[in-house]
Design a binder for this molecule. Sequence first.
Ligand code: HEC
Ligand code: HEC
Ligand code: HEC
Ligand code: HEC
Ligand code: HEC
Ligand code: HEC
Ligand code: HEC
Ligand code: HEC
Ligand code: HEC
Ligand code: HEC
Length: 347
Amino acid sequence: MKFRITGLKYDGSPEPARFVRADGGRGMRHLHRITGLLMGLAMVFAVRSARAQAAPAAGYAGSTECMTCHEKDLGHMNNTLHGKRILQEPRTELEKRGCEACHGPAKAHAESGGEVKTGMVLFGKKPSSAEARDKACLQCHEKANQASFETSKHARRNVACSSCHSLHNPMSAKGQLKTKVETETCFSCHKTQRSQSLRTSHHPVREGKMTCTSCHNPHDGNSPKMIKGESVNELCYTCHTEKRGPFLFEHAPVMEDCVTCHQPHGSSHARMLTQKMPNLCWNCHLTGSGHFGSGDNLSTEHGVGQAPVGAPSGYPTVNSRFIGRACAKCHANLHGSNSPSGAYFIR
Ligand code: HEC
Ligand code: HEC
Ligand code: HEC
Ligand code: HEC
Ligand code: HEC
Ligand code: HEC
Ligand code: HEC
Ligand code: HEC
Ligand code: HEC
Ligand code: HEC
């Protein structure tokens, strides 16, 4: 069945029934009311044609029944892929269950006027367990990105599909999320990452050029920290390809783990460094045959360029060439060098 609604336009994606708001989101509330009404109508037709195909199985009442009492709960589902594939043009047995494909058999519920809820999957104020809710979704979504959801950190901490997704009233343009902007869904629980993203040095997430899912698959039960890569470095290389090497001279910590020195969610130190310079380098380089322990005196414990109070005159202080970003000015290729004389990452 085809239907059109004023104020919505097809967004050009290959799948049918995917609409975007022609007014860019304004007039949303108004729209909800109109879609509610139109969807109610469309539903009656849709459900009738579904009914013509087959009578509901034992224990199931069929969507037409549900709609007699729940029209207002439909929201704008009819305008989503689920509306299309489950309510309007169902193909598989499961899809033909309509509302009950997700909510479970509800004949007793319907006949009792809403009293009985045993055997149903509830998402409302007194929801079924996260596991039961997820199972309803996984009947159809056990593949692709969602294949390993059950072993993910989210599932193990009872974060359900419906914690992030809303199917009756999705707000995002993509992926049927609860909020218009993806990061807001994540930030509703991840306060630490929210505050990191507000620091001066950050990936362009708050500018909208990247999202959490640029780096994470929130359904993933396989990779560490749900990152989209076999390791942190593999993830970083997908965009920062020049850091992959191979290098003639490798800097051990760089090859090992980028997050030793960088905080990917944002930092108050330039270049998202985990610490300010040169302290970052001093973590590992306080002794050695070069500057350290020699006249350069990089290894003073008294900070930069300053002798401790009461020190005798001539007390060795750090050469001012070695403060701030200076290490990186000379050791400009600290991620690795391909120069025959690059052993010290100077070139
Ligand atoms: C005769 C009216 C009626 C019919 C038919 C009916 N329901 Fe209900 N339903 C209710 C009422 C009333 C409630 C609220 C009960 C409550 O709040 O305790 C309810 C509650 C629910 C809830 C849970 C709401 C919550 O907040 O947890 C779901 C889900 C639901 N119905 C789904 C269905 C489905 C699916 C069908 C079709 C198979 C259906 N209903 C048919 C009246 C009906
Ligand atoms: C693809 C799965 C799916 C289908 C199909 C579906 N629902 Fe829901 N329903 C949900 C989810 C998930 C929620 C939680 C709120 C949300 O996501 O918007 C929900 C919420 C509800 C609620 C509010 C109470 C509650 O349990 O939270 C009612 C009532 C309801 N649905 C009835 C229906 C009716 C009637 C139909 C058929 C017209 C239907 N649903 C079809 C998944 C589904
Ligand atoms: C009866 C099968 C069925 C059930 C049950 C079901 N879905 Fe779907 N879902 C689909 C189909 C079909 C699509 C269309 C895309 C596709 O073919 O994968 C879809 C698409 C989606 C999308 C992507 C929508 C988009 O706009 O890109 C999300 C998100 C989603 N489902 C979440 C859920 C969640 C959460 C649940 C459980 C509350 C659920 N689904 C239950 C069949 C189902
Ligand atoms: C922690 C939040 C979160 C949870 C939990 C979650 N999702 Fe998602 N889901 C997302 C985000 C974010 C997207 C990406 C939206 C986009 O591409 O813009 C997404 C996308 C999807 C899509 C679209 C296709 C794809 O893979 O990109 C489907 C289908 C889907 N989710 C189904 C599910 C199902 C089923 C569950 C439970 C088994 C689930 N999701 C649990 C956040 C979540
Ligand atoms: C309903 C709350 C909730 C929402 C929404 C949510 N998360 Fe989570 N997330 C959690 C919890 C709880 C954990 C487990 C934390 C722990 O064990 O320390 C977690 C863990 C994670 C982890 C770490 C996984 C690991 O292996 O340690 C990542 C990455 C993550 N979430 C990303 C996301 C992204 C991306 C989104 C948005 C698409 C999101 N989360 C939305 C609650 C949520
Ligand atoms: C540029 C890539 C990137 C982006 C964008 C990104 N993350 Fe991460 N995230 C990572 C990496 C890499 C790790 C693993 C860090 C580690 O191994 O210590 C991580 C770890 C996490 C963890 C687990 C933290 C812990 O200490 O265990 C959570 C939660 C998380 N991210 C949430 C988010 C959320 C929410 C967003 C969106 C605001 C987001 N991430 C955006 C790369 C990213
Ligand atoms: C999806 C692509 C993508 C991934 C994956 C990614 N980055 Fe980035 N990164 C960017 C973009 C885009 C910028 C901003 C470039 C700009 O502003 O010119 C950036 C900038 C940076 C910067 C420089 C920030 C500054 O202040 O100039 C650092 C450092 C960085 N990324 C480290 C990492 C690390 C470490 C990882 C792996 C955990 C990673 N990136 C993964 C896209 C990515
Ligand atoms: C030993 C610490 C260290 C490690 C490990 C490290 N970096 Fe860096 N990175 C730095 C420092 C220091 C700077 C700033 C250099 C400057 O100020 O000129 C920087 C700058 C950057 C920049 C921005 C400037 C540029 O060179 O493009 C990117 C992007 C970057 N690093 C990515 C990565 C990636 C990807 C990894 C893992 C493969 C990684 N870094 C591992 C210390 C490190
Ligand atoms: C997590 C520890 C760690 C951090 C942080 C670190 N390095 Fe290194 N660095 C090493 C290791 C290990 C080597 C290899 C030493 C070896 O082969 O003897 C190395 C080698 C070097 C070398 C080559 C010297 C040699 O003896 O081969 C230079 C130069 C260097 N680092 C500079 C820096 C600078 C500049 C910083 C700060 C941006 C920094 N490093 C941060 C661990 C670190
Ligand atoms: C003025 C340029 C310059 C600055 C600034 C500089 N270095 Fe060096 N560094 C060198 C040169 C040149 C070498 C090669 C060996 C030598 O001549 O001592 C070297 C060698 C090294 C070595 C290997 C030899 C050793 O001592 O173990 C390390 C490690 C190192 N530098 C770390 C650092 C750190 C950390 C900083 C910042 C606190 C820093 N360098 C600042 C020029 C510089």
